[in-house]
Design a binder for this molecule. Structure first.
Ligand code: PLP
Length: 396
């Protein structure tokens, strides 16, 4: 049985999306910047996609700028805003300890190269940022607040509308990385007072290599990619037309089924969570519960077992999952997100993330619940850490 439970890492491009993209590879290949009528088809396709993305967020079409990825949108928002603010003497960025590396590494770069002061807000044990912590961190030098909409490792959904209202009242630009959230939640940028928002198509059954930055009217960060006059002069390079068309289509489809998917995924998520808690002793659910958690995220720590070991055992049973840490394949560091939630190093190493989606069905949930308890138990029997843990609890 092949079970793909890593929808947060990426999703397959859906057949409808691929169909919509196909004509823009070799049939309607015209450069949108050219003046002849043949190129109008490319221009029109981009503008249709812009409207599809804007509609899904309750944004205006003119407020959507296509980028090469979610990472680029994050880089643009942070670097562009801080560079612009420097002229006005503002050099303070507020973000959180649990952001994706697209934000964290950009913030580190801004500190190192541009001398930007960065405040990394803490989170509580479920991963929530406190609105009053945001308020207390604001100074007269603050140029930007950037708080992710929902966390990619543990699924916690942040109080974005409240932070948006606070920033609007204080007249401080507010950016949110919604690369994961936009694939699962209803987002209204106007009602939530969001000034800038990053997205990525490949998390929502669209193609890889295309993202977008929502820039509320009046937001004008410095450009990030310099060159030609594409995207109204704000993001250079010849457009990835097929990718952009796929993004628009993916977003429209996503929006049309979002409420149903939310219900189905949440029910499957809760079945997997309660099944693991019932079948595996000393399993710790990481992150929040109920509607404060992304509907597709299941993240556990199993004391005594390394997450990587579990991944290999699951892979041998046909199950693709993740340790939750964005760079788990390249780094043996424990997850910065789990450490920020207060987990000890050994628990942060032992985490396992399943993220469900359109490729998931009920039989797969049952299959994981069948094989996982045996895998964890076998690995624990070989683990000195597990033995020590049981002794410390008086269970051995
Ligand atoms: N931000 C978050 C929260 C993510 O989960 C990811 C990807 O996993 C990114 C940013 C980067 O997006 P992209 O893969 O489009 O560069």
């Amino acid at each position: 049985m092949f079970v793909y439970m890593d929808h947060t890492a990426t999703t397959p491009t859906s057949p409808e999306v691929l169909n919509a993209m196909m004509p823009y590879f070799s049939e309607n290949f015209g450069n949108p910047s050219s003046v002849y009528s043949f190129s109008r088809k490319s221009r029109a396709a981009i503008e249709k996609a812009r409207a599809q993305v804007a509609n899904a967020l309750n944004a205006d079409t003119s407020e959507i700028y296509f980028t090469g990825s979610g990472t680029e949108a994050d880089n643009w928002a942070l670097k562009g805003t801080l560079e612009k603010a420097k002229i006005a003497g503002k050099n303070h960025l507020i973000t959180t300890k649990i952001e994706h590396h697209a934000i964290l590494h950009t913030a580190e770069y801004l500190h190192k190269v541009e001398g930007v002061d960065v405040t990394y807000l803490p989170v509580d044990s479920e991963g929530f940022v406190k609105v009053e912590d945001v308020e207390n961190a604001i100074t007269d030098k603050t140029a930007l607040v950037s708080v992710m909409f929902a966390n990619n490792e543990v699924g916690t959904i942040e109080p974005i509308a409240e932070i948006g209202a606070l920033c609007r009242a204080k007249k401080i630009p507010f950016h949110t990385d919604a690369v994961q959230a936009a694939a699962h939640l209803n987002i209204d940028v106007k009602a939530m007072n969001i000034d800038m928002l990053s997205m990525s198509a490949h998390k929502m059954y669209g193609p890889k290599g295309v993202g977008a930055l929502f820039l509320r009217k009046g937001m004008r960060p410095e450009n990030f990619v310099h060159g030609g006059a594409q995207e109204k002069g704000h993001r250079a390079s010849t457009e990835n037309i097929a990718g952009i068309v796929g993004f628009g289509e993916a977003m429209e489809i996503l929006k049309s089924r979002l409420d149903d998917d939310l219900k189905i995924n949440s029910a499957r998520r809760d079945k997997l969570i309660s099944g693991i808690l019932a079948k595996i002793p000393h399993a710790k659910l990481n992150g929040a519960t109920g509607d404060k958690r992304l509907p597709n995220n299941i993240n556990f720590s199993f004391i005594g077992v390394e997450g990587e070991t579990l991944l290999l055992d699951l892979d041998a049973k046909g199950i693709s999952a993740s340790t939750g840490s964005a760079c788990s394949s390249e780094s043996l560091d424990p997850s910065h997100v789990l450490l920020a939630l207060g987990l000890k190093h050994e628990m942060a190493h032992g985490s396992l993330r399943f993220t469900i989606g359109r490729l998931t069905d009920d039989s797969q949930i049952d299959y994981v619940l069948d094989v996982l308890p045996e895998i964890v138990s076998r690995r624990r029997e070989m683990s000195p850490l597990w033995e020590d843990y049981l002794k410390s609890k008086g269970e051995k």
